[in-house]
Design a protein around this ligand. Sequence first.
Ligand code: SAM
Ligand code: SF4
Length: 324
Amino acid sequence: MKDSYNRNIHYLRISLTDRCNLRCVYCMPADIQFAPPSYLLQDDELLRLVRIATSVGFDRVRLTGGEPTVRRNIVDIVGEIAHLPGIQEIAMTTNALKLEKLAEPLAKAGVKRVNISIDTLDVERFHKITRFGKLEQVWRGILAAEHAGLYPIKLNAVVVRGYNEDDIVDLAKLTLDHAWDMRFIEMMPLGSIADFQVDSVVPVAEMKLRIEMACGKLESIDWDGHNPARPFRLKDGKGTIGFISSVTEPFCAGCDRMRLSADGRLRLCLLRDNEVDLLTPLRAGASDDELRGLMSNGVYNKPWGHGLAQNVIAETRVMSQIGG
Ligand code: SAM
Ligand code: SF4
């Protein structure tokens, strides 16, 4: 399915919940209020929308949140999605806290690979950035994911001035010993915490400089242009290092994705407030054809790109309420 700019839109990021077992400072305010469960897609409603999405042309899905692994029945939901005709790949983005137990069942149910958030290797700083997380639990989750064959393992670090910019080098060095893809992400501004995010963003150019000053020149690797992380390697590194520069170097021209929020809205662009409400018509008795029509219109009307360069900041939700 093409949008009005001729981009092939086929990748759906599905937020399974707005809830989370962490409170990362770059993602949500400390006093976040979660939506009442009745406002969110129930299992049957979610599966119906995903089935309809496959008929619109979505063939890859990523389960995210909030924290996807805190959703009840997560393994069953993965199994149901895996059996939908037209689904080519299921991936997950997770903080890994629950992966020690869930990696194996998730892999058996159909998850092919995981992206895991880890912003520092320092126990204290991890606690500070997540507001209460235990780093060792994430580490055990990463090893469990590797053991379960959820490959390739991608690690995500959002870099926040004053919290973890000094940790970039240690994180990058993980790729010397492990065949993992370490990705550094520029913090994006959204919703009620946008002022903090704008003030504390660390540009990709600085991240690269820090790594090169400590570890030598980054070797660039071929890039397909669709993956938002431009890949590099340290000399003799087993894994890769990528940079996601949504703020300073947007990659909207190659965008192939849309998001389905836990409250049943099709979010057309991560960093714009344009959404199509699917939950209300679904609960009012809309047919599959009607819902398909709403989704197709949404795809066609996907905005060209975000407006950060023009100081346009999406206001209605923070990241955990969208599904990053
Ligand atoms: N809880 C899961 C996790 O943390 O991986 C999945 C949901 S989280 C919202 C998805 C991704 O968004 C994570 O990699 C997280 O680091 C990233 N993220 C959250 N807030 C962000 C922000 N303001 N800017 C850039 N990335 C952000
Ligand atoms: Fe939770 Fe993920 Fe947001 Fe951190 S980034 S608060 S783990 S949803």
